[in-house]
Design a binder for this molecule. Sequence first.
Ligand code: PLP
Length: 370
Amino acid sequence: MPKANETVLEIDLGALTHNFNYLKSKLQPQTRFLAVVKAFAYGSDSVEIAKHLQKLNVDYFAVAYTKEGVALRDAGITTPILVLHPQPTNFKTIIERCLEPSLYNAKVLNEFINVAEEEKQSKYPIHIKFNTGLNRLGFWESDVNYVVSKLKPTTSVLAKSLFSHLAASEDINEIDFTNHQIENFKKIAEIFRAKIGHRPWLHICNTSGVLNYPNAHLDMVRYGIGLYGFGNSAKEDKNLKPVASLKSVISQIHKIEKGESVGYNRAYKAKGFETTATIPIGHADGITRVYGNEKGFVIINGKVAPIIGNVCMDMIMVNITDIECKEGDEVIIFDTKHKASVLAESVHTISYEILTAISQRVKRVFLNSI
Ligand SMILES: *Cc1c(COP(=O)(O)O)cnc(C)c1O
């Protein structure tokens, strides 16, 4: 790995290939692989990640919002793209850009059918979402007859898949709840398929769902966090490689005396003769203020340097009193050894949040592209 000489998010596409192959090895040959690339592919870069995965012959992509799908189409991605959470205001764009909507309630279903008819579409692929316990988006089991009654009379759209989302697939204390979600979804799907008269694909598993519920892979799985190197368990983390490493440099070193303060609002006061380093990354880059005041840390020459005082917009200051280092030395915020999941735990959050928070201002550097 090259040494950072400014703040960069290094994206190792070789690690992505490794994760893709590992995650694919968990599936039966007939189970399709959908890669979730929402939120800039979990904070990395959705275009580069999608291009790479398209070369690896991934079957499907999913994004959250229409705009994210448009960005992929603009970049030349031709693989089908499911839009998990579209709004009717974008339905025309969805059709123009060959994106496939998740339809989750009567309002969006009816509005999409109307737009598809206006646009003279035939069998436009749609995906019907059912709520089985997350209580976030989705038709209820009791809506099956209604959905079928709306789909049967029109040839403008075709239900390509039925899906649901698990609430606690990573939590071994919720196995009963999760199994109940899976069984309930299968029951809904069976009734739906019988009434509609064709067999839409079924999918319910996210990363932890695939890894923990091998009998629930169905026709397709939706892999997100696993692709980026996190398995939501110590066991699976060992099989995956973090794709993104966030690195920076020491801009300046200060020596301060006991009682002198560091940063805004004088939030840190030196307990003795201390040394601090200033690093060009701040809350505008995704290192939020919760990491301040010694909650978060960085790694310098292999040693832990706590973030002292308040996080600034463009900078953090860290305590390097016991670390041998100089201006220009590399700083690791997270990498394959010092994992984002560990830094996330220091402020009681999860890898997903720290990764997706890395702002677009941070330069992306790609390694090992194919
Ligand atoms: C984000 C998302 C996923 C991916 O979940 P991971 O835990 O990251 O694998 C799958 N399905 C839906 C509906 C999602 O919103």
